[in-house]
Design a protein around this ligand. Structure first.
Ligand code: SF4
Length: 346
């Protein structure tokens, strides 16, 4: 049976939450390895601001504001207005509950984020972006995953921390932000203190991003397309993608800066802007690189990604039906260098 937040916090204090969540099958042993550190917000030289927000009551206020955007749903720029609490679904196919597809060590991130033990990746089901070339279409489009309560998600977060992973990373979080903040508050009560990462396709609303100021430690936005017609075609009709992505990424930059800050080589705050190189430069890498240089700064951490694979319905949209060539990737790197970007990482 799912626990209420009050019940869960009480069980955290008495140390019985692990057994409860372990019984749900997603968490092995919540508090194995010692009691959680509740001693302060200064952690390994970094300040975990979400703990401050919780202590001051501000995180509860943000949580309420996010839920106010949920029903009808105006969480993302698609502005569906779906009454999700009543079971209506919008473009993202997510209704009142949410599903988690998987959770565990993720080594697919940039070096300061994956570190040596991996990032604590939580793959969330469904997506508001819906790329025709989706690399995880079973999760994003079909919605594969297991229905999960807030208390269970908090338990997953605490388990990833207990296992020594460097952070907790929400992957494809945009359509579920109120759920994530509700779960985060429970996890904080249970002792969560690792950096929180927000790994997004960047079709995020500015209003939601402002409400995440101080909640998220590390942003990993993927800025996919620059051209409205291209975005309309490949992102399930999102002609305003570049406009909203640019605004959201600038807000992320305002909050945490454009560089990953590290301690012992491991990131604890900051941002890395990602960009997937597409066949025939459909992603507009040259435009992207110049935008980063002029709007965020040439020292911004940028990951120019060369791993595009034709997946899902990509075969219906040539030239998306092929991988990129080495010449295309090298040209993308040259554009980044010509724009003056000096912190390319992967
Ligand atoms: S989060 Fe989903 S339901 Fe809400 S506006 Fe975006 S696509 Fe529509």
């Amino acid at each position: 049976m799912a626990l209420s937040r009050r019940e869960f916090i009480k069980k955290c204090v008495t140390g019985t939450a692990a057994a409860t969540l372990g019984g749900a099958g997603l968490v092995t042993n919540l508090f194995a390895g010692g009691a959680p550190d509740r001693g302060g917000v200064q952690i390994g030289g970094a300040t975990r601001r979400y703990i401050d927000l919780e202590r001051s009551g501000e995180l509860e206020r943000r949580e309420r504001a996010l839920w106010d955007l949920y029903n009808p749903c105006y969480l993302c720029p698609r502005l569906c207005g779906a009454k999700r609490s009543s079971g209506e679904v919008g473009a993202c196919s997510a209704a009142s509950s949410f599903r988690v597809a998987s959770a565990g060590p993720d080594f697919g991130n940039e070096a300061p984020i994956r570190g040596v033990r991996g990032s604590g990746g939580i793959f969330l089901s469904n997506c508001n972006l819906l790329c025709v070339f989706c690399q995880n279409w079973q999760i994003a489009h079909r919605g594969d995953g297991r229905q999960t309560s807030h208390a269970e998600l908090a338990g997953i977060m605490l388990d990833l921390q207990r296992r020594g992973l460097h952070n907790v990373s929400f992957i494809t979080p945009t359509h579920l932000v109120p759920h994530l903040v509700s779960a985060l508050r429970i996890a904080i009560a249970g002792g969560l203190n690792v950096p929180l990462c927000y790994n997004t396709g960047s079709y995020d609303s500015l209003e939601v991003m402002r409400l995440l100021d101080g909640v998220v430690d590390i942003y990993q936005p993927d800025f996919k397309f620059q051209d409205s017609a291209v975005a309309t075609r490949f992102l399930n009709g999102a002609p305003d993608y570049a406009l909203h992505a640019a605004a959201a990424i600038k807000e992320m930059h305002r909050q945490v800066g454009g560089m990953l800050r590290t301690t012992g080589g491991i990131a604890y705050r900051g941002m890395v802007v990602r960009h997937l190189v597409m066949p025939e430069n459909l992603g507009g890498t040259d435009v992207f690189a110049r935008w980063v240089a002029s709007e965020l700064g040439t020292d911004t951490h940028v990951n120019i990604m060369g791993q595009y694979r034709p997946m899902f319905r990509a075969h219906e949209y040539p030239p998306l039906d092929r991988r990129i060539t080495s010449a295309e990737f090298n040209q993308a790197i040259r554009w980044a260098q010509e724009a003056g970007l000096v912190n390319l990482i992967n």
